[in-house]
Design a protein around this ligand. Structure first.
Ligand code: PEP
Ligand code: MN
Length: 345
């Protein structure tokens, strides 16, 4: 990758003045390739600001030609596509709530067919890489150019301090399956607060993302939507200066790295062997429990196992949440294996 692709602009287009002030500053930053501005806003609860619609598109068209920089916005309904076409907006994205709904994606595919628009696809609200890829494939099958996938995090029961949990393994898996599709990160909707945005943005660049889409407002505190997470143009400029140099994902030939990778390989093989051994014991346990008339799931034993292993992990400096997640996965698989072996009888 040469230079990161940077898209920046307000969560919502609110007034001509707000848009003009933002664009005037962003257009001066060499890194900024496109301006974002929400025209129709999906709101969690009714009664909030839902976007200005057509008047906003009129300003965007005017500013696009005045500052020679393209605009993009979210489209969620066929009428949105039609209006964007009318006002010369050639770049759009599909939001998280739409990606999650194949019926809506299909309606948009029909509206976008033959439009020549470039479409970016945000991840669905839930961490389902197949649903994300499904939306991309539906568009591509209609001959629509998908310009990028956008990672905006996932709405989880426990978001671990973020507005939307980044769960980096999901965009990494998307990239593994679609290596040629540019991958952007939306640190604003992941972070949910302006002070966390730079950390998330830098993490994305370290992971090899191709660029960022960042919410920027001239006066974030008085923004009509997402006031906590929007950066001022100055803060964006500082953030861009602090980004790590684009990292290479090509295979390096560092001898020290090769040695360390050999170690990782053999540790992984050991881990898999140990898991195999553990599951074999689980099967034996299934027999014993069946003969003793005991149920497969034993809550008291599981609680004791969890407490003991978490204590060991703590001594090794391993993250507790990470360890718990792994143990839960292993225990879940062990229960499944035991159920399979029990139901054979
Ligand atoms: C947005 O970009 O302003 C937006 C609503 O995003 P998302 O679809 O990621 O929630
Ligand atoms: Mn927003």
């Amino acid at each position: 990758m040469d230079r990161p692709i940077i898209i920046a602009g307000p969560c919502s287009a609110e007034s001509h003045e707000q848009l003009q002030q933002t664009v005037a500053q962003l257009a001066k930053m060499a890194e900024v390739a496109m301006i974002r501005a929400g025209v129709w806003k999906p709101r969690t609860r009714p009664g909030g600001f839902e976007g200005l619609g057509e008047p906003a598109l009129r300003w965007m068209q005017e500013l696009q030609s005045e500052y020679h920089i393209p605009f993009c916005c979210e489209v969620a309904r066929p009428e949105h596509v039609e209006l964007c076409t009318r006002y010369g907006i050639r770049h759009v994205w599909i939001g998280a709530r739409t990606t999650a709904n194949p019926f809506m994606v299909e309606e948009l595919c029909e509206a976008l067919r033959g439009s020549g628009m470039q479409v970016m696809v945000k991840n669905p609200m839930n961490p389902d890489v197949r649903l994300w890829i499904g939306a991309i494939e539906r568009l591509q099958q209609c001959g629509i150019t998908v310009g990028a996938a956008i990672h905006r995090g996932f709405s989880m029961y426990d978001n671990r301090g973020y507005r939307n949990d980044p769960l980096w393994e999901v965009p990494i898996e998307l990239h593994r399956r679609l290596p040629d599709l540019p991958l952007l990160c939306d640190p604003s909707h992941i972070a949910g607060s302006a002070d966390l945005v730079p950390t998330v943005a830098r993490a994305a660049m370290q992971l090899g993302f191709d660029g960022l889409i960042v919410e920027v407002h001239p006066h974030p505190e008085s923004a009509l939507t997402d006031p906590q997470q929007q950066l001022t143009p100055d803060a964006l400029s500082k953030l861009l200066a602090s980004l790590p140099q684009p990292s290479s994902t090509s295979q390096p030939t560092e001898p020290a790295l090769d040695m360390l990778r050999d170690k990782i390989d053999s540790i992984d093989h050991e881990l898999i062997q140990l898991l195999g051994n553990r599951m074999a014991v689980s099967k034996q346990i299934a027999d014993v429990k069946r003969q003793a008339g005991m149920s497969v799931y034993q809550p008291i034993r599981w609680e004791a196992v969890l407490t003991d292993r978490l204590q060991q992990a703590k001594c090794l400096g391993l993250d507790q949440a990470f360890t718990k997640e792994i143990l839960e996965k292993i225990h879940g698989e062990s229960v499944r294996v035991q159920m399979d072996n029990t139901s054979d009888s």
